[in-house]
Design a binder for this molecule. Structure first.
Ligand SMILES: [Zn+2]
Length: 150
């Protein structure tokens, strides 16, 4: 089969958000993901474009996920490891947070094919104000929870 990224023939393929990729491309994607996580860990949570497109929204919820995980107490981390270990991965936690935040946003601010906690694909008709994303995050208690874990 062919790698979706470099288009070279590959025997082994890994399923990532970009499609099925060869081991080399997979490694590169994981590295890139890790350096983004590192970058976000040191960035103020309040830093984001005033008007967000979907990419900016994803970047911010990933930052929220990264910093939430950083702030987890050992007790809470152990509890999560038992109950919901997948939530200890920043990208999975971010996906979960997306759903919680979107649930607290008004229905005309975004469009999605599915409802419920995992929104699946969603998109914005027009850019969404960072202020209203923050308000939704407070309502969803994902920001308060961040403070409580300290
Ligand atoms: Zn490749």
């Amino acid at each position: 089969m062919k790698c979706d990224k470099c288009k070279r023939e590959t025997e082994k393929a890994f399923l990532v958000s970009e499609g099925s990729v060869c081991p080399d491309c997979c490694e590169e994607i994981v590295k890139r993901g890790n350096s983004l996580v590192e970058e976000l860990a040191n960035e103020p949570l309040d830093q984001a474009p005033e008007e967000m497109d979907v990419a900016a929204f994803h970047r911010w919820t990933l930052k929220l996920a990264v910093q939430t995980l950083q702030a987890l107490s050992p007790t809470l981390r152990a509890r999560m490891l038992k109950r919901n270990p997948v939530m200890l991965y920043p990208y999975d936690l971010a996906c979960h947070l997306n759903g919680l935040i979107l649930d607290c946003m008004s229905r005309d601010e975004f469009k999605s094919r599915k409802t419920g906690q995992r929104k699946g694909q969603f998109w914005f008709g027009k850019r969404v104000k960072f202020a209203s994303v923050k308000r939704a995050a407070f309502e969803a208690r994902v920001i308060t929870d961040l403070r409580k874990t300290h």
